[in-house]
Every structure is written in structure tokens, then in C-alpha cells.
Design a protein around this ligand. Sequence first.
Ligand code: IFM
Length: 784
Amino acid sequence: MRYGYFDRKNKEYVITRPDTPTPWINYIGSGAYGGIVSNTGGGYSFHKDPQNRRVTRYRYNNIPMDRPGRYIYIRDKETGEYWNPGYQPVQRKLDSYSCRHGMGYTVLAGEYRGVVGEVTYFVPDNKDFEIWHLKVSNTRAVAQKLQVFAYAEFCFWQAIMDQQNVDWVQQINQGRFEDGIITYYPHYISDNAAFFATAEEVGSYDTNLEAFMGKYRSEGNPLAVEQGGCSNSISYRMNGVGAFCMDVDLGAREEKEIVFILGFAEDRKNIKADIGAYLTPENSKAALDRLKAYWKNYTGKLSVETPDEDMNLFVNIWNQYQCKTTFNWSRFVSLYQLGLGRGMGIRDSAQDTLGVMHAIPGEAKELITKLLQCQYTDGRAYHLFFPLTGEGGQGDAPVKLFDWYSDDHLWLILAVNAYVKETGDFGFLNQSVLYNDKTTSATVLEHLDMALNFTNNNRGPNNIALAGRADWNDTLNLDTGKGIAESVFTSMLYCRAAAELIELCGYLGKQELCEKYQGMFDEMRNAINESSWDGEWYKRAFDDCGQPIGSRENKFGKIFINSQSWAVLGRVADAEKASKCMESVGRYLNSKFGIVAMYPSYTEYDDTKGGVTTYPPGAKENGGIFLHTNPWVMIAEIILGHGDRAFEYYSQILPGKRNDDAELYEVEPYVYCQNILGKEHPQFGVGRNSWLSGTAAWNMVAASQYILGIRAGYDRLVVDPCIPSKWQGFKATRKFRGVIYNIEVQNPNRVSCGVSKIIVDGAEVEKIPVFKAGTAHHVVVVMK
Ligand code: IFM
């Protein structure tokens, strides 16, 4: 069953019924002020930091679900009937309903008894506020007398405190109204304010939730709406809202547009000046056009035309869009990660930069620099940081011996190398960046060197990387206090990082460093192969008693996905082992909805393994399809030259493929989710934790850089595809260092990989050069 469809022309996903299995959301804003908007108007807003600058409230795990939100109520003055264009919260059955999620904006439209309400939500020009652009149309030949209510519920900015200390928060909440602007702020704050504003003539308003709602009522039947007007309440305590009511009398077939603005002001004296240029419908529309132009430019850095329409849809639009969202918010704020504690993950953000590098390398560099500032002087890194304050830490997972994760710092090497390849900005490597002690600084290259050194200096009995609190798998907590647990995965990631440094330093002619990294790589590679080859695949780890995890000797968790794919990505496995371990992935881990994280799942809690065993079999890291790991398998298969198999793995998890079984899948079919319940779970196939996942960046990398093979090199653009052998070829446009490359790949002999000829602007060449910025070139790549 479907709940909507992809509108390819308008680059929107259109939801056609409001009762989606879970709220299907979109993001507005670009990483500073922004929020989440669901298909029924549910969701919340925040400024820079959803934990410390929450603007509007959201009730998690609420019944009725997905409330509150950004609500417009339309009331018929004659009958007293009222409804919402987005269905919620009144839930009146509409004559028509649609929700169009586009890039950076959402349009909710509903019709009831000849009146159409259409509201567009977006953040204009990266400002610290959002626009609600409302259009109310009378489709009938007779006049209609209506009222419009616009409503948002404010949150005490520290969202945890909002729930924890109601006694304090409810005494200090203040709401005021002046000149079309409702402000909300705690009593002791003299400058900042959250606000809700309109330039339309206000009939009545409320700043106090209790006054708007009335006793023992909800957003579904607020007293103010029912009785046809707000009570001009000033909130001296309790809960704050922004609520406006205005008369909208429409003649036959007449329509009216009203702009509302919700936001956060550093100085409340300036609100009027800040929002002045956006309050008219004309200016608001122009701002929306600019937003659409921004996204056109962003997604235009790479566009592809392959024989697979689903791939085109995701590479050209939805995967790129999701990558920017994960880049903005890491794993901090979604409907699953509640913006309450996690902050921006170091490993997560470092990987997220890979998904946007081709489009916004400058912004990626800024984020990478912040991540480098999260490194300790010994080379390891914080696990997370908070964007408003820059403060970081290791999070609050229980600690036995170690206060660090074994992988966070190593991802920085991959991110910096990708940045340098994309831009040719080698100067960045010499830039001085502070460590997290805020006094010691080192060049970027020295930071990377320290990252590798840290893992090298923290090895266990098998001479491979200590596991620390955990590795990429946050839930594999092997440290029981002895301090000898080892991670095979981290050791493989270390090999990959060392290989990238060898490549980089080799290119730069830094011979000494190359030799150092080669020695480190060889030593780790040998140690892994000596200790961790299990016969048909690689083991995953050694526990704190030195016992293997992910081995045929184990009853549960015999084989894990990551130590197979990363054996190939990390150049650890020789050809025979690589092909064997990847065969094992196909044999033991693959399923119709994706590849599971490990098999068989643990059936009981086990303190020596930690978090992974808290999940029932088939869920999340315990045998679920943890989608982040799937593109690593695709990349490994491509490195081995298996284009057909890689594409099968790619195709089977494309979210668009689940559009027709959305009732089972439950989550949005336009973005990747983090996990799907695996084959050992009774609800095999159900997705969860949509949007914020490394799945986005790595699928973008797998699809564009490995399947299509279009990737940046230090001094060239590389086009080295590994595609399904039935493809005749494909076309792509890639903007690289200011140059437009129009690429045509021809596959006359229907092979998967291998290039026989590269022709640039009519002449055969060895490599695709970096041309002068501003020029355009035609590239033909003929496969073998
Ligand atoms: O790698 C982690 C990530 O940092 C947060 N979500 C879960 C992943 C796997 O445990």
C-alpha cells in the first residue's frame, strides 16, 4: 500500500493521505535555525542547538501522536466548524489533502467545504526564523466568512529542563504582545526571545497556552478556536504560545495570503527590523524561489542519467538532500534522536562530510576543522560536541576502564583526505588547529598523524587496536575493566586510514612519513591476518578475556558484516581471503531487505558484550539490517570488481523501492533509515530511525564514486565505473574545482568494470585533467 508518490519534475515527495504509519517528516533550515515538519504539521523548531535553544515544544511518545506542531486552524464563522489544512490536530476528514515535502520546504494543503488552505513552511536565506506562508482560497461561487488561527507552542529553551523542572520553568515563562509580534522569554533573560509575528491585522491573540487551550482540552479542540477568538492573554507564568486569530472574509473564488514568522532573536529589540523584509506575500515567495535556486545549484554539482530510474532519483535528489541534512545535524535531532543529549558525533560528522564534499567542500572544511578541535593532544577525540557552545565529551554511556571510543579520531583522516582531493587545497594540511585543551595547536597533518599514533599506541594482546568503550558499533561494549578487548574493525579502519596517509604523503613527496605509515600499515595488517582470520571470514573482535567475537567458535554472533567489508576497504585481505569473506557476507548475512549486521543474533543479555545484547534478536546492531554498513559491502564488492552484485546490494535498500509496501516499511520512502528489522525478527522489514544516519553519506559515496566511479583525485577527476554488466553505459555531469565535466560512459562489451579508453574533448588521454575553472569539457570513457 502507498501513502504517496515521487513528483520527479518538482523534486518533491507528495503524501496523499495523512495517516502515514509513522510521521513522515522533512527538515527546514540549513543547520542554524531550523526544525522538523511532519506530514500533518507536527514537529518542532530550534536555533543552532535543539537541546539548549529549543524554540517550540514537542511531546515525544505522545498519544495522540506527533503533537504539537505548526498549526493553522480555519474556522467557518457561520457554522462554527473548524479544521486544519494538514489534518492534525483537529483530524476533521478533509475533502482533499496533500503534503509536498521538497528540499528545505514543506507544503500542506487541505480542502474542506469549498475552502482550500495551503501553508508552506521554510527558512528563508538562512535567517534565524521560519516563514509560514498561508494561502486561503474560496473555490465556491458564494462568499465565505472565515477565521484563521495560527498557533505554535513555545518551549523553555533548555529542552531537558523544560521537562525536568516544571516548578521553575512555569514560574519564569513570559509571553508578551506588541505591534503584531508575540515574544516569549524566561523572566531572567533580558535580550533573547523566541517570537511569532505577522504583518496582517490581528483580530485577537494569545501568549498563554492555558488561555488558548482552555481546561482539559487539547490542540484538537482549543477553547479559543471553538469560541471564535483568542482572549488577548499575556503570559506571566505557566506555558507560552504564539497564537493569532484574524478574520478572512472571502468573496466568490477569492483568495488571500498571510505570512507568519516564527523564530529566535538574539536581541528582541531587533525583531521587527530582522523580519521586516519577509512579511509580505511577495517577498516571502521571492525568498522561497531563492531557496529552490539554492537547492538546484547544490544538487547540480552532480547529476546522473543511468538506466536505473530509482538510482537517478536518489543520486540526483533525495540522497543528496539527505546528505546535507546529516551534515547539518549529525545524529542530534530527528524524531528518534530527540535533540536532548547526543550532540554532534565526531565519527558521525566526519563521515557525513563525505556525502557533501562534492557540493560544499568549503562548509565541509569548516566542520572538519571543528572536529579536529575535538581531538585531545594524544590523538584520540571527543565522541560528540554541542554546536552552540563547542563543548564536547564522551557522552554518558557507562564507563568501565576506558573513556574513549577506538574509532572516532581515525575517521578524521578519511574526511581530510577527501577534502584535499576535492579541492586541491593542500595548504589546509599546514593550517594550525587547536586541540581540545584550547592551548596546544598543531597543523592538520600533525593532527592526523596523532590520530594514527593514538591507535598504534593503544594495542592489545594480539597487537591490534584496543576496543576502548566501543568502536563504530556503539553497542559492542567489550571493556569489562581488564583493558585487553580488541576491535578487528578499528584495526581495519586504521589500515585504511594509514593507506590514505601513504597515498597523500606519497603525492606530496613526504618520503619519511610515507615510510612511517607503510610500516604501521604492514604491522597492523599482519597482526590482523595472524589473529583474526577465521577460515571463511574475519573475526570481529576479542573480548576482555581474549575470546573471539564473530567466529565460527561462537554460538551466537558467528559472523559480523564490518570485519568483512573493511578487510577489503582497509586492504587487509589478500585476494583469496577477500573473495571468501565477501562470499560469506552474501551467504550468511544478506536478505531481501538488506544485509544484516551479524548472525546469528544474541538471544540474551550478556554483560561481557554490552549494548548489542540489550536488543532482541534481529533488532538494530543485534542482527538487524543496520543500513550504514551496507554501502561498505557495496564498495568492497566493487573493489573486487563485482559490479552486478554491488548493484543488487545497492538496489535492494533504495528507500524508493519500499514505496509500495510502506505499510510494512513504516518510515519515509524518500530517505534512508538507519535500521530495518532483520530476518530473525518477527517484524522483518520494518524500518526505523529515518533521516540521520551514516547510510546517507556512504550510499552517496558508493553510488557516485564506486558504482559510477566518478571521484576526485589530487590532480585529476577519476571516472572508473563498476556497473551492472547489462548497462550500455550512462551519462553524468560533475562540477569539479569550478569545471563542468559532461561525462559519457560507454559499455560496448557489457562488462562491469575496466576502462579501455578516455577521450577528453575529442582527444585520447591517460587521465582527466583539472581544467581552468569556468570551462566545460566533454569526457567519453569507454569500458573494456
Ligand atoms: O556508529 C554509530 C553511530 O555513531 C550512532 N548510531 C549507531 C551507529 C552504530 O552503532
